[in-house]
Structures are given as C-alpha cells and as structure tokens.
Ligand binder design. Structure first.
Ligand code: SF4
Length: 76
C-alpha cells in the first residue's frame, strides 16, 4: 500500500537495483525509524515503528504517526 517510489528497476541489473535500494532515502528513513508524531517518541518504536502505509493513507506523509496505533489512546 505504500506509494513511495524507491527504485526504478527497468533496465537495471540486480546489483544496481540492490545498490539503489540500500541508498534510498525512503529505505533509510524506514530502517532508522525517522517517524513523526507520537511514533517519534514512542518507547517501542524500534520494535513497532507503526504502519507507514496507514500514515501515508491518512496524512499523505509516510513518516507521520500511525493513526491506527494498536496501543490506542493510552500510548502518549
Ligand atoms: S504505532 Fe503506536 S506503538 Fe507503534 S511506534 Fe507508533 S506510537 Fe508506538
């Protein structure tokens, strides 16, 4: 569901695709959990990180807080 383009694979070798994938800002942001809102300060963001597709679907920003947080309103 995530709409962020990562790598255009057309006409590229697998090693080139891998290189571009690894250096992608989108992948770095996902791996490093550069998320916002309540996800940013959440004590378990390394484990969870929230659903990035839900964040993008609601706010149009894939790094925004997850509006479907399973911890509910008790998570501040
Ligand atoms: S979705 Fe909820 S539990 Fe997961 S990182 Fe975000 S605030 Fe934390």
């Amino acid at each position: 569901m995530l709409q962020e383009p990562i790598v255009n694979i057309i006409g590229k070798s697998s090693s080139q695709i891998r290189k571009e994938y690894i250096s992608s800002d989108v992948i770095k942001n996902l791996v490093e959990r550069n998320v916002g809102g309540k996800c940013k300060t959440c004590e378990i963001k390394r484990l969870c990180g929230g659903c990035r597709a839900a964040a993008e679907g609601i706010s149009r920003k894939y790094l925004a807080e997850d509006p479907t947080c399973w911890m509910g309103k008790n998570n501040k």
